[in-house]
Structure formats: structure tokens, C-alpha cells
Design a binder for this molecule. Structure first.
Ligand SMILES: Nc1ncnc2c1ncn2[C@@H]1O[C@H](COP(=O)(O)OP(=O)(O)OP(=O)(O)O)[C@@H](O)[C@H]1O
Ligand SMILES: [Mg+2]
Length: 723
């Protein structure tokens, strides 16, 4: 290949990074400056010019999707298949290592991955077994505690409690949890990283093998590595023959709440001496207005490493800010803009709706559905996390490895087969006493005749079902295994009996699971595993990053967190109001406000051509109407880059303070109605209350009538009746 091709499409600074002699390197640069592009070209350069084989390259990305994209980009640059190259997330790579060295890592060969939902259930079970009240020992908090310690490389015996009773109890729960995991061969996400670290720390010969193998290690989005990931990288790259290149942006560090440590950039410079640092300053992604606005917002953070970012692109359109009366109105606005984007002949997949929290997606989804606009959600209710899918996977896991306690708990009485809580408790107690799995405990109870009548029959029917399924499906293809299990377990019939749209969707999902099995290709690193084991590991690791039917043209919806590294011509940031974004919790924790601002910076810099920022003046959160003002982040954008927009069809309202209007509390209190309530008007018929404004005789209410659309009415004359 002609190496000039690798350099031609780069600017001077990028070229310097791509063509640098072998050494440790840090590329520190703002959003859209081509960091990921540099990384991709560097890998191709290493192979082409430095003659490093794909086998000796390790690339770390932040998501599986990013890993796939990166592999695709390098392969198309090089014009050949590179399946020997390891590209993946920290979790994916750790999993791969543990599969290859399970014995040295102290794991059974068919260990299973415990996702965070299963982990939560297991924690609850441990608390129950220890007779601890969930009110005092919130399972979520325990989960955080366990994962947080693992992220720091700490096992229970490493934790100092300083005689504090609560700390001691927490440590005890952690220890009991870990014992349960070890007993069933379960590995949670944090454990993957910690085990992989311990594997190398305790087995110098294995470490040395990988040190010899990986001559070049490259890490994207380095600002969001946590301490155990950093320690792992450091161990791998501690010899003179390994080179590590990291790229990142301190302004885009957004996972501090999950243990990521932006100080790792400083640590890197200290630990890896002779590091060349390269800064990229030209942004190729966004228009001038978008870039300047994002720069102005992030400028409010203190202690930044400081980066310049400029663009040759034109100023482009102004950023549009829309204030919705409430979240329904906000969603309607976004959908109306998407429709005109579509009418102008643009593809849907070029627009993204970004939000702070997953729960915000529902209203937006409904508005899109209403207009029959296709959309795709990344994150949130991911395919492999949906209830029916987890149920089906639960059965498959039992067939694969009956000692999987988490799977046992999940499906023992789903569909209901008359196994009561009492019986399950008895099974748990027996398992604890005999230090065995729930499956073994069940069989023990049954063979000893310890259960009576109905309870015995019910449990027997479950154990026979699993044993029968195992017999039946063992020799079948993966696809048939899934199909037979879904039908044979009674899951399919259960949802069939439920009827309704939701149940229909669940049935479709179950069918989709069979399709997923059919399409599944066992990855190279898993060729020792059975297809079923490999598929189950894949389902846990990928949790939905593959849900999308990538063929279809659809609006992309995701949290800002999962938009990291991506770019879209048209971007909507929704719910940008105080209390949502920055979120309510932000004030309680030091440093959180700055992290929220970085998140805002990440969101804004996803936009290439046009950015809409929207917020709702009132929003229903957990069933209560909350009144909010525009986010401080909107106010931090200099006015020269923004315009306020309004739906043309809407009744205009008196404009108060820019970006600080809120639905009037007085009118709201006077009216006797609540937002979202269904009402009837003598002339306009039925509708939903959208908003209130003003006070006393001037108090007005806005109602979205089913037939006549949204109207403002003076409360005193409206003759509205609650339905
Ligand atoms: N020298 C260049 N010439 C033309 N386009 C470029 C150049 N460098 C980067 N780009 C384009 O700019 C966009 C942003 O690049 P890239 O995604 O690599 O940036 P990044 O720094 O990784 O961004 P982020 O911080 O958001 O991850 C991409 O569309 C990329 O193809
Ligand atoms: Mg990038």
C-alpha cells in the first residue's frame, strides 16, 4: 500500500502523531479534532511502516460499537482482514483473557457473566440471607460499594474499616456476595477487570507472554479510564519494548461518577517517562457557531488542561433554543423539526436526539411513534436487558450450566408453576448449609423427600423441565436450541396468553432472539466454547449495542453518555433545564457540576451542522409536575450564537424574561386542574391540560384538544370540567 495515503488526509499535527517514531505518546485534544482518526491511521502506519503484525497490536475503545467501527475503518484503509488484531473494550478484552486462562484466574471453564441487573438480584438475596433490612442496606448502594472497591482493586480483606460497625458490615456483605459468585462461577463486570489484573499480577509468566506479544497498545477516550484499568495498562506496558499511545480530552471526562479518574492523564505523564505529547487544535466536525458556543460553556470549568480549538468551517446556523410548555410540547417540537428535516430530503439517521436520562426517552418515543417516524434507541431498554429476553436467556443459562444461581432464581417460577417463596427459601437455606448451588440443593431436597405434596411436585416439574430441555437441545443448532427452549419452557405460551400490545412486542422480541442466535457467529477467541456458551457471553457483554436494525433509516436516540465519540449532522439536546441537566443531585457532590458541564460539552460537540437545545418549563417526573427554568448551561452560551425559536402554529404568548419563564404557579393553584389532566370544554370537547399562565382574572390555561389542537383559554370563562 502507498503510505502517503495514510498521511494525505491529515493536517500537520495529526501527521506528526501518526508518523512518529515508536515511543509512548499522548494525544490531548478537544472534541472533533481527529483523535480517533489519528488512532486509526496510526495503527495502519504501525503495520505498514514499522512492520508490526496485527497480532502484536492491542487497541482499546470505549464501546463495542466503537470497536467494530474501528476495526472496519482500519480494514478498509489496509484493504485486508485483520482478525488477529485485538480491538475491544476493557471489559471485552478482560473477558477474553479470562477465557484463555480461566484456571490460572481461579475460575471454572464455563464461568458466566453477571450483568448489573442480575448482580442487583444477587445482592438482594445475600442481604436476605444475612437477615439485613433493605431499608438500612439499600441493595443499590451495596452494589455501588462492591463495584467501587473492585474498581480500586480492593478485595474485602484489603478494606480498612477502622472499627466502624457499618463499614465492617458492608465488608461482610461484600465477602458473602463474592463467595456466592465464586461458588456459582459468576463474574460481574467489575470483577472481569479485577480478575484480569490479578491474573497478571499473580502469574508473571502469563504477563510476560502478553508483554512480548503486544508491542503496540493504543487507547481511545483515555480520560474515562478508571484506576484498575489504568493499573492493568501500566502493568502491560512496563517493559522497554511496549509502546503505548493514548488519546483523550480532559473536557470530555464524564464517567467520574462511575469511578473514572481524569487524573490518570497526569499519572500517565508521570509513570511513562519519555512520552511525546501532541495537541490537535483544528476541529473538523462542527460549524463555527456550534464550536464557539461549546467552547464558551466549557470555559466555565476550572482546572482544565487547556486546549485551543478552532475551525475553518463557516459560522453556520445559529443554535436554536426552544422552551416547551411541558415535556409533551417539547417532544412535539422536536418531532416537527425532524419532519421538516425529512421533507427537505435528508435521511433520518443523520439526526440524533440526546438526553440526560434514559427515562426521558419514553415521551419522545411516543411523539415519534405518533408521527410514524422510525427511531432506534441505543442504551436504555436494550434488547438483551428486556424482561422476556432475560427470562429466555435464564433458561438457556440453566441448560448451559445448571449451577448458575442467578439464572435459577430468575426462572424457577417464571412462568408460574406454583413454586412459592417458601420453597425457594428452603432451597436457598439448603444451598447455604451444603455450600452448593441452588440446583444441587433442589435435587437434594427432592431426593431426600424433604418437600411435601404440591411443593415437591412443583419443584420436581422445574428440575425435570431443565433436565429434559438439556437432553432435547444438546445436539441441536444454536438457533434450534433457543427456539425449543423458548417454547418448551412455557415462556412463549405465557406471553401469548397475556395478549395486548406489550405482550405482542415481547413475543416479537423472543422471536428476534431466535434470529439473533441464527445470525450469531462464534468469535475467534471463543472457538473453544460451545456456541451456546459463546452466545450467552456475547449477550451479557454486548447488552443491546446490537439491538439496532442498522439497515433501516431511523432517528438515533441515546443518552449523552452513550453519544461519546459519535457525530451527527443534526442534534437535539432535550431536557436542558435546571434540575434535569444539571441534574438535581449535582449540588450535593463536589465536582459534579463540572462533570455535568463536561457532559453538556460532549453533547453539543456531537453536532456537525445544526444544534437544537430544548427544555420544558414543566415536566412530570415520577408522577409529579415539576417547574423548571432553563439550564445554566443555556445561559452560559453567548447570545450571539443562539436564537430562540417557537412553533409557528402556536398561539403566541407574552414574552417574559428570556429563558426564565415557568408555568405560573398562581394560575395553576387557582384553576383546580393539574397538568396532564383530561378535561372537557363545552365547545372544543375533550383534551389534556398542557400549561398555566398568569394569575387571578388573567389566569390562563392551555389545553391540547383531541380535535382542535392546542388552545389558550382564560380560566375564569373557560367552563372547563374535569373528566
Ligand atoms: N485532517 C482531517 N481532514 C478532514 N476531516 C477530518 C480530519 N481529521 C478529522 N476529520 C474528521 O473530523 C471528524 C471528527 O474526527 P474524530 O471523530 O476523529 O475526532 P475526535 O477528536 O476523536 O472527536 P471526539 O473527541 O468527539 O471523540 C470526523 O468526521 C473525521 O473524519
Ligand atoms: Mg473520538
Amino acid at each position: 500500500m502507498d503510505v502517503s495515503l495514510l498521511l494525505d488526509s491529515l493536517n500537520d499535527k495529526q501527521r506528526e502523531a501518526v508518523g512518529a517514531p515508536l515511543s509512548n505518546m499522548l494525544v490531548l485534544a478537544g472534541a472533533g479534532s481527529g483523535k480517533t482518526r489519528v488512532l486509526v491511521h496510526r495503527i495502519a502506519w504501525l503495520m505498514e511502516v514499522e512492520n508490526i503484525t496485527p497480532f502484536s497490536i492491542l487497541a482499546v475503545t470505549f464501546t463495542n460499537k466503537a470497536a467494530r467501527e474501528m476495526r472496519g475503518r482500519i480494514e478498509s484503509l489496509m484493504g485486508r482482514n485483520l482478525h488477529h488484531m485485538w480491538i475491544g473494550t476493557f471489559h471485552g478484552l478482560a473477558h477474553r483473557l479470562l477465557r484463555s486462562h480461566h484456571a490460572e484466574a481461579g475460575l471454572p471453564e464455563n464461568f458466566q457473566i453477571l450483568d448489573s441487573d442480575d448482580q442487583y438480584r444477587l445482592v438482594k438475596r445475600i442481604l436476605r440471607a444475612m437477615n439485613l433490612d433493605e431499608k438500612h442496606w439499600a441493595p443499590k448502594q451495596v452494589q455501588w460499594y462492591i463495584n467501587g472497591n473492585k474498581d480500586e482493586g480492593l478485595r474485602p480483606q484489603h478494606i480498612e474499616t477502622h472499627g466502624d460497625a457499618v463499614a465492617q458490615k458492608m465488608r461482610e456483605i461484600y465477602a458473602a456476595y463474592q463467595e456466592a459468585c465464586d461458588r456459582s462461577g459468576l463474574v460481574d463486570f467489575a470483577e472481569l477487570l479485577l480478575r484480569a489484573h490479578e491474573l497478571w499480577a499473580k502469574n508473571p509468566e502469563i504477563l510476560a507472554h502478553y508483554q512480548r506479544r503486544f508491542k503496540a497498545v493504543l487507547v481511545d477516550e483515555f480520560q474515562d479510564t478508571n484506576n484498575i484499568q489504568y493499573a492493568w495498562l501500566r502493568m502491560l506496558c512496563s517493559t522497554d519494548t511496549n509502546n503505548i499511545m493514548i488519546v483523550g480530552d480532559d473536557d470530555q471526562s464524564i464517567y467520574g461518577w462511575r469511578g473514572a479518574n481524569v487524573d490518570n492523564i497526569h499519572k500517565f505523564l508521570k509513570d511513562f517517562t519519555q512520552t511525546t505529547t501532541i495537541r490537535l487544535e483544528q476541529n473538523y466536525r462542527s460549524t463555527g457557531n456550534i464550536l464557539n458556543a461549546a467552547n464558551a460553556v466549557i470555559d466555565n470549568n476550572a482546572g482544565r488542561l487547556g486546549k485551543e480549538l478552532w475551525t475553518e468551517d463557516s459560522e453556520g446556523e445559529l443554535i436554536s433554543v426552544y422552551a416547551g410548555f411541558n415535556e409533551l410540547d417539547e417532544a412535539r417540537f422536536i418531532v416537527s423539526q425532524i419532519k421538516s428535516w425529512l421533507d427537505d430530503g435528508n435521511p433520518l439517521k443523520e439526526c440524533a436526539i440526546l438526553y440526560r436520562n434514559n427515562a426521558q426517552s419514553r415521551v419522545l418515543e411516543e411523539a415519534l411513534l405518533h408521527e410514524a417516524i422510525a427511531y432506534r434507541i441505543y442504551g436504555g431498554l436494550r434488547f438483551f436487558e428486556r424482561q422476556e429476553i432475560k427470562d429466555a436467556l435464564g433458561y438457556l443459562r440453566m441448560i448451559n450450566h445448571p449451577h448458575d444461581d442467578a439464572a435459577f432464581e430468575r426462572v424457577v417460577n417464571t412462568p408460574s408453576r406454583g413454586i412459592g417463596e417458601k420453597t425457594v427459601t428452603q432451597v436457598r437455606v439448603t444451598a447455604r448449609e451444603h455450600n452448593c448451588s441452588l440446583w444441587q440443593a433442589s435435587n437434594l431436597l427432592l431426593s431426600e423427600g424433604a418437600l411435601k405434596g404440591r411443593a415437591a411436585n412443583a419443584l420436581q416439574s422445574f428440575t425435570s423441565l431443565i433436565a429434559d430441555l438439556e437432553q432435547t437441545v444438546l445436539s441441536l443448532s444454536l438457533e434450534e436450541q433457543a427456539d425449543k427452549t423458548i417454547k418448551g419452557s412455557g415462556l412463549y405460551a405465557m406471553y401469548q396468553a397475556e395478549r395486548g400490545e406489550k405482550a405482542q412486542a415481547r413475543l416479537e422480541n423472543l422471536e428476534e432472539l431466535v434470529t439473533a442466535c441464527k445470525q450469531f457467529i462464534v468469535p475467534e477467541e471463543a472457538d473453544e466454547m460451545t456456541p451456546l456458551s459463546a452466545f450467552l457471553a456475547h449477550a451479557s457483554l454486548e447488552a443491546g449495542e446490537t439491538q439496532a436494525d442498522t439497515e433501516q433509516d431511523a432517528v438515533q436516540m441515546m443518552t449523552i453518555h452513550s453519544a461519546k465519540g459519535l457525530e451527527f449532522p443534526l442534534v437535539f439536546m432535550a431536557g436542558v433545564e435546571e434540575g434535569m441537566f444539571p441534574s438535581q443531585m449535582t449540588n450535593d457532590e463536589p465536582g459534579r457540576m463540572e462533570e455535568e458541564r463536561r457532559l453538556c460539552y460532549v453533547g453539543m460537540t456531537r453536532a456537525m451542522k445544526k444544534l437544537f437545545i430544548t427544555y420544558a418549563e414543566s415536566r412530570r417526573v415520577y408522577g409529579q409536575d415539576k417547574f423548571h427554568t432553563a439550564s445554566r448551561f443555556i445561559r452560559e452560551i453567548p447570545s450571539e450564537y443562539v436564537q430562540e425559536v417557537r412553533l409557528k402554529s402556536q398561539v403566541s404568548r407574552p414574552v417574559h424574561n428570556r429563558f426564565s419563564r415557568a408555568a405560573s404557579h398562581e394560575a395553576f393553584q387557582d384553576s383546580g386542574f393539574t397538568l396532564g389532566q383530561r378535561v372537557t370544554h363545552p365547545k372544543f370537547g375533550e383534551g389534556v391540560v398542557l400549561n398555566f399562565e398568569g394569575a387571578g382574572d388573567h389566569g390562563r390555561v392551555q389545553v391540547n384538544f383531541d380535535e382542535f389542537g392546542a388552545k389558550w383559554l382564560v380560566l375564569a370563562y373557560a367552563k372547563l370540567k374535569a373528566n
